[in-house]
Write a protein that binds this ligand. Structure first.
Ligand SMILES: NC(=O)c1ccc[n+]([C@@H]2O[C@H](COP(=O)([O-])OP(=O)(O)OC[C@H]3O[C@@H](n4cnc5c(N)ncnc54)[C@H](OP(=O)(O)O)[C@@H]3O)[C@@H](O)[C@H]2O)c1
Length: 280
């Protein structure tokens, strides 16, 4: 099978490039094909002629999206439409990466794949609108919603916490947003398996279990053997441009329907910390 990955230089893209063995994989960065350029995308897809395309490219700066909505929609919604259009042209299947931020966070039990979208940020709106357009254009596309991504290949929450904890006796972390951390490596493995199972429709893929950012930070600091105090804080005291959902736990029931189960986030964090130590 031939596979083309848009966003191959990102956190997830790099994990996909490492994990996707046994197939012929082409990884594209924005300098290879800017997904805002429909013609360039078409050429890249026709040249690589894939059976599957994974669209992991996105403008992922959630706060940046608030101040640059035109860029956010151009990349995350219109870019996705360009990739889906090119995929249709060569008969390729598509995995589109979406986000827990398509939900408003008002639920108190895990979001199912068919729960109503109600994004509260520009980034969430770009992803929600892309999902709707892609489902119209390509009813058999696979939309993988994930959340709180972390990994070895880029800026992520555990990396930020470890850098802060190394230099400060105490750090404040928000304790009123609950979600599911997701290790890029585990997500990449699940995406490969979903493609092999010919998955379509919306699938939630996160590590198992949930926590607040504060609980996540506490375990990161303890797991790394640091003595920094982690203090719970409220979002109100750490105001940021984009609204974040208070609760965005994603239900894995559809993933389980494909016979797939994700490791717990505790296990994933442990493996991340071990890997980090090996490479430092
Ligand atoms: N990070 C999270 O917590 C999180 C949570 C939920 C969902 N997601 C989604 O998961 C996917 C992967 O996220 P990530 O964290 O791995 O992203 P990332 O590390 O920020 O990487 C973004 C990737 O997108 C590429 N890109 C950006 N603008 C582009 C453009 N105009 N044309 C082509 N490529 C472009 C970048 O390429 P260059 O570096 O070459 O410019 C890079 O490879 C994204 O769809 C994201 O929205 C992420």
């Amino acid at each position: 099978m031939r596979v083309t990955i848009f966003g191959a230089s990102g956190l997830l893209g790099k994990a996909l490039m490492r994990e996707w063995r046994e197939d012929t994989v082409t990884g594209l960065r924005s300098s290879d094909a800017d997904i805002r350029d429909a013609e360039r995308v078409r050429q890249a897809v026709q040249k690589t002629s894939p059976g599957w395309i994974v669209l992991a490219a996105a403008y992922t700066d959630v706060d940046g999206c608030e101040s640059n909505p035109d860029l956010a929609f151009a990349v995350n919604r219109d870019g996705a439409i360009n990739v889906a259009t090119a995929a249709r042209l060569v008969g390729a299947r598509l995995v589109f990466l979406s986000s827990d931020y398509v939900f408003d966070g008002r639920k108190t039990t895990p979001y199912e794949t068919d729960d109503t979208r109600n994004p509260q940020s520009v980034y969430g709106r770009t992803k929600a609108e892309a999902e709707i357009k892609l489902q119209e254009l390509m009813p058999d596309c696979c939309i993988v919603r994930t959340s709180w991504l972390f990994g070895m290949d880029g800026k992520c929450f555990p990396d930020t916490i470890l850098k802060l904890a190394a230099n400060r006796p105490a750090i404040d972390v928000v304790n009123d947003q609950r979600g599911c951390p997701t290790y890029a490596l585990d997500l990449a493995r699940a995406i490969v398996r979903l493609c092999r199972k010919n998955a379509s429709g919306i699938v939630h893929v996160t590590n198992a279990g949930d926590c607040t950012w504060f609980e996540f930070a506490e375990e990161i600091v303890q797991g790394a053997g640091l003595t920094t105090t982690v203090r719970p804080a409220s979002s109100q005291h750490m105001s940021r441009p984009a609204h974040r959902p208070a609760y965005s736990v994603l239900s894995p029931s559809r993933l389980k329907g494909f016979g797939l189960e994700m490791p717990s986030w505790h296990d994933a964090l442990q493996r991340y910390l071990e890997q980090r130590q090996l490479t430092s």
